[in-house]
Ligand binder design. Structure first.
Ligand SMILES: *Cc1c(COP(=O)(O)O)cnc(C)c1O
Length: 403
């Protein structure tokens, strides 16, 4: 291999599936001195965040803000509606499903896991079977991950609601939208979701550190029956504050709130439907390029075969060890592009996931970033002599041009 001149200097593209690229307006909004938290602008700003967050989640119901990452939001949601000793059903399509189940187990909750592997979506028949078998209604909630960021599988949340209804099972439907919110279409109320969980650092384009839990009246009624909820996670004061401090259980995450305000303005100025359509078109361009590279004996394959089950926010790819790590390393050193590691994809002969990588395309991402990223990957494939089909970048450009 000939020595390549690095052309990495310049603006970088962090194409990992969270934290995502931060818009300049978000960064600028956060660049300010510490504000007064007892009165003034921050208090008015916070009250306005709640309705705008609910518009993103497509719910008329309640929203609570926590100072935590996604793992904290998982625990917050569970703590309000599932008591130790109770049972949850977890249909898992990747590492994050297992992660939420593990969080439940840490709270003393029994997690009944249905493992659907790492590249196919929920099998509704198996879920229906598990719910029908639960004649005593021990299952208090079903925990579904909408987009599993490790596998990039996108699951059918409305379909899961239909299964619960068809079986006549009263369990709450709780959904992790951490990777999907403001990227993939998600309709909390229309899809009959009782509790939705998300975080700040993916489609919402704000640094990690805020967790959001949305809940409807059915979930609120379950919360009211709980014997005890930890003071910090309790969503009741956070969702209905008489005092500003109740939103946060203490000092407000001041700078995150300014950043979030700017990010929500970007989302609503563009329009949430348009945000979803943009992610869909960019995802199609990426898939088209990846499918082309996999032609003519190239080792690259998309982890999820069926387009209908792929996320619009993240794409997991298999390229064979050591090509995955080599490619990530090459694009990082040579063109200023950071790709995501494979996550939870251990296979015989590749326990460290060197044969995988992921592309994050969530949030503040547009056509020229995606086309540049794809052309950069192609440069890496050429530099590393990794076999690949031709015409990938041109095909992706045609998708950007024509849909
Ligand atoms: C990122 C992510 C999480 C975890 O969020 P953290 O902020 O890293 O704790 C959970 N679920 C999904 C689907 C995610 O994408």
């Amino acid at each position: 291999m000939t020595e390549t001149l690095s052309v990495a200097q310049g603006r970088e593209y962090l194409a990992i599936p969270g934290p995502s690229v931060m818009p300049d307006v978000v960064l600028q909004a956060m660049h300010r001195p510490a504000p007064n938290i007892y009165e003034g602008a921050l208090i008015d700003l916070t009250a306005g965040l709640i309705p705008d967050l609910k518009r993103v989640a497509r719910t008329e119901h309640n929203a609570a803000i926590y100072i935590c990452n996604g793992h904290g939001a998982w625990e917050a949601a569970l703590s309000n509606v599932v008591a130790p000793g109770e049972t949850v059903l977890v249909p898992a399509t990747g590492r994050f499903g297992h992660g939420w189940a593990d969080m439940a187990q840490g709270l003393g909750i029994e997690a009944q896991i249905l493992d659907f592997g790492k590249s196919t979506p929920w099998d509704m028949d198996r879920i229906a079977e598990a719910l029908r078998a639960d004649t005593g209604h021990r299952i208090k909630a079903v925990l579904g991950v909408h987009v599993d960021t490790s596998s990039s599988v996108r699951n059918d949340v409305a379909g899961l609601r239909a299964v619960l209804d068809a079986v006549g099972h009263p369990a709450l439907l709780m959904v992790d939208c951490i990777a999907s919110m403001a990227c993939d279409r998600f309709e909390m109320d229309a899809w009959g979701v009782d509790v939705a969980v998300t975080g700040s650092q993916k489609g919402l384009m704000v640094p990690p550190g805020l967790g959001f839990v949305f809940f409807n009246d059915k979930a609120a009624a379950v919360r009211a029956q709980m014997p005890r909820v930890s003071r910090y996670w309790d969503w009741v004061p956070r969702a209905d504050p008489e005092l500003f401090f109740q939103y946060f259980g203490g000092t407000a995450p001041t700078h995150h709130l300014y950043g979030l305000r700017a990010a929500l303005d970007l989302i609503h100025d563009e329009g949430i439907e348009h945000v979803w359509d943009r992610h869909a078109r960019l995802a199609r361009a990426i898939w088209t390029a990846c499918e082309a590279w996999g032609q003519d004996g190239g080792p690259l394959t998309l982890n999820v075969a069926d387009r209908a089950h792929r996320s619009h926010a993240v794409t997991a790819l298999r390229i064979g060890a050591p090509h995955g790590s080599a490619l990530r390393d090459w694009v990082s050193r040579n063109i200023g592009l950071t790709l995501g590691i494979g996550l939870g994809m251990a296979e015989p002969g590749d326990p460290a996931w060197h044969g995988f990588f992921r592309i994050g395309h969530m949030g503040h991402v547009n056509g020229h970033m995606v086309l540049g990223m794809l052309a950069g990957i192609e440069a890496g494939l050429i530099a590393l002599d990794i076999p690949h089909g031709q015409g990938a970048v041109e095909a992706a450009a045609a998708v950007i041009a024509k849909g």
